[in-house]
Write a protein that binds this ligand. Structure first.
Ligand SMILES: Nc1ncnc2c1ncn2[C@@H]1O[C@H](COP(=O)(O)OP(=O)(O)OP(=O)(O)O)[C@@H](O)[C@H]1O
Ligand SMILES: [Mg+2]
Length: 243
C-alpha cells in the first residue's frame, strides 16, 4: 500500500456561500513533488492554506499519515509543515534575522539557531549573505531567503505557493533546481501551486489540475502533460486557453 503524507476526502471551501473548491480528493505521496495546477483565481492558494491547516474547510476531511485530523495532534502537525506564501514579506532586518525568526518563535537556544540558520543559508546558496539587509536583495535572492526561512524549520512537508511567478528565467531555473535539490536531499514532500503547466512538468512527479473548483485530472505529471484525458488540458497545452 502506498504511503500518503496527506489525503483529502471531499474537501470543500466556500466563502460567504460562494463555492470555491468542490469535493477535492487528493492523494499526496510522501517524499514526492506534487504540483497543484490551475488558472488564476481557481483556488490554489486556498487549497494550500487548507492543507497547511491555516484555514478550515467548509466540509470534508484531511488525513495525515492515514489518520483523520481530529485523531492527530494538531499543533504537532503544524510544526511538521511550512508554507512559503505567494508574496513572501521579509522583515526589514538582516538575512540572518529573517531566517532565524521561526526558530526564535519556537524558543530554540542561540547556538542551535546559529547552526540551523547557517545550514539553511547553505541549502539555498546564500552563505555569506547573513549580514545583508533582506530588503536590499534581488527578487531571486529574496525568494531564496523565504525558502531558507521555511527550510530552517526542517519541515517534512513544504508548501510553495507560486514560488517563481515574479522571477526572470534565470532565477526561475535557480529556484526550480533548489526545489528538486531539497526533495532529493531531504526527502521533503513538496506541494507546489503553479499556473504554469510547463513548470509542473519540469518539477513534479505528480500533478493535480484544478478547474472551476474541481480537480479535473490527477496523476503522473508527465502523463498528464503528454497524454491528458481532459480536453481542457489539451486545449491549454495547444495554447488555446490560457491558465
Ligand atoms: N479569505 C477569503 N475571503 C473571500 N474570498 C476569498 C478568500 N480567499 C480567497 N478567496 C477567493 O477564492 C478564490 C480563489 O482564490 P485563490 O487565491 O486561491 O486563487 P489562486 O488559484 O491561488 O489564484 P492565483 O493564481 O492568482 O494566485 C478567488 O475568487 C478569491 O477571491
Ligand atoms: Mg494563488
Amino acid at each position: 500500500m502506498r504511503e500518503y503524507a496527506i489525503r483529502t476526502h471531499n474537501l470543500s471551501r466556500e466563502y460567504d456561500g460562494e463555492v470555491i473548491l468542490k469535493e477535492i480528493n487528493l492523494q499526496l505521496e510522501r517524499g514526492r513533488i506534487h504540483a497543484i495546477i490551475g488558472p488564476s483565481g481557481v483556488g490554489k492558494s486556498v487549497l494550500l492554506r487548507l492543507l497547511n491547516l491555516l484555514e478550515r474547510p467548509t466540509s470534508g476531511e484531511i488525513y495525515f499519515d492515514g489518520k483523520a485530523l481530529k485523531e492527530n495532534n494538531y499543533l504537532k502537525l503544524q510544526r511538521r509543515m511550512t508554507l512559503v506564501f505567494q508574496k513572501p514579506a521579509l522583515f526589514n532586518t538582516s538575512v540572518y534575522e529573517n531566517v532565524a525568526y521561526g526558530l526564535k518563535v519556537r524558543r530554540e537556544n542561540r547556538g542551535s539557531i546559529a547552526e540551523k540558520v547557517e545550514k539553511a543559508l547553505g541549502i539555498v546558496g546564500l552563505k555569506g549573505y547573513k549580514h545583508k539587509r533582506a530588503r536590499d536583495l534581488s527578487g531571486g535572492e529574496k525568494q531564496r531567503v523565504a525558502i531558507a526561512r521555511a527550510m530552517v524549520l526542517e519541515p517534512e512537508i513544504l508548501f510553495l505557493d507560486e514560488p517563481t511567478s515574479d522571477l526572470d528565467p534565470r532565477n526561475v531555473a535557480i529556484i526550480e533546481e533548489l526545489i528538486k535539490y531539497i526533495n532529493r536531499e531531504f526527502k521533503t514532500t513538496i506541494v507546489i501551486a503553479t499556473h504554469n503547466m510547463f513548470q509542473a512538468r519540469r518539477l513534479a512527479h505528480q500533478a493535480s489540475v484544478l478547474f472551476e473548483g474541481r480537480i479535473i485530472e490527477s496523476g503522473n505529471a508527465q502523463e498528464i502533460f503528454t497524454n491528458p484525458q481532459d480536453k481542457r488540458i489539451l486545449r491549454f497545452i495547444e495554447g488555446k486557453i490560457i491558465f
